[in-house]
Design a protein around this ligand. Structure first.
Ligand SMILES: CC(C)(COP(=O)(O)OP(=O)(O)OC[C@H]1O[C@@H](n2cnc3c(N)ncnc32)[C@H](O)[C@@H]1OP(=O)(O)O)[C@@H](O)C(=O)NCCC(=O)NCCS
Length: 146
């Protein structure tokens, strides 16, 4: 399961990703592929300039997975998330990815951030971009296959 939520207040516009894979398929690169595909959708198709993700601070596999996509650690959010047993709280690591960093990761070195050349360039890149089919749960709960 992979989903995103979007903050659409113009001054703080960005999107946040959550992902859960069945343990039987962990460690095969599926997580980084799924996160990369959704990040492309959010940046190229929906025009976000910044994506965030917030694994538990001790979730080494998730942090390594997101770092492989290009996410960078921003800082530790103390007692951010409720423990699974509900008894207490644990720290989360805020990580973010900027549009131009994803472009570097994927070889689109000529990419310019939104606002520099406007939506025209973004639209041209989006229409030329090909990536694998993926089921996406949109922010309003609807599902689509890109
Ligand atoms: C986080 C999650 C999506 C990652 O998906 P995945 O398909 O297993 O990730 P990938 O295979 O792309 O990458 C995992 C990396 O972590 C590494 N890794 C695995 N266990 C590790 C551990 N205990 N310590 C350090 N690194 C670890 C793997 O070797 C791999 O790195 P490598 O390819 O460079 O060797 C998946 O583990 C998951 O769904 N976990 C449960 C839910 C969860 O924690 N979600 C995160 C919410 S933000």
């Amino acid at each position: 399961m992979e989903q995103y939520t979007a903050e659409n207040e113009p001054s703080y516009r960005h999107a946040s990703i959550d992902i859960f894979l069945d343990p039987s398929v962990h460690g095969r690169g599926l997580g980084r592929d799924a996160v990369r595909v959704l990040a492309k959708h959010l940046i190229w198709d929906l025009g976000h300039h910044r994506i965030v993700i917030d694994p538990a601070a001790d979730n080494a596999a998730a942090i390594r997975c997101y770092a492989a996509v290009g996410f960078q650690p921003v800082g530790v959010m103390r007692r951010y998330e409720r423990d699974a047993d509900g008894a207490g709280w644990h720290d989360g690591l805020l990580m973010d990815l900027l549009a131009e960093e994803l472009a570097l990761q994927t070889g689109e070195a000529s990419y310019q951030a939104p606002g520099f050349l406007g939506g025209l360039f973004l639209g041209e890149v989006a229409s030329a971009w090909h990536y694998p089919a993926v089921d996406v749960v949109e922010a309003d709960g609807s599902e689509s296959t890109d």
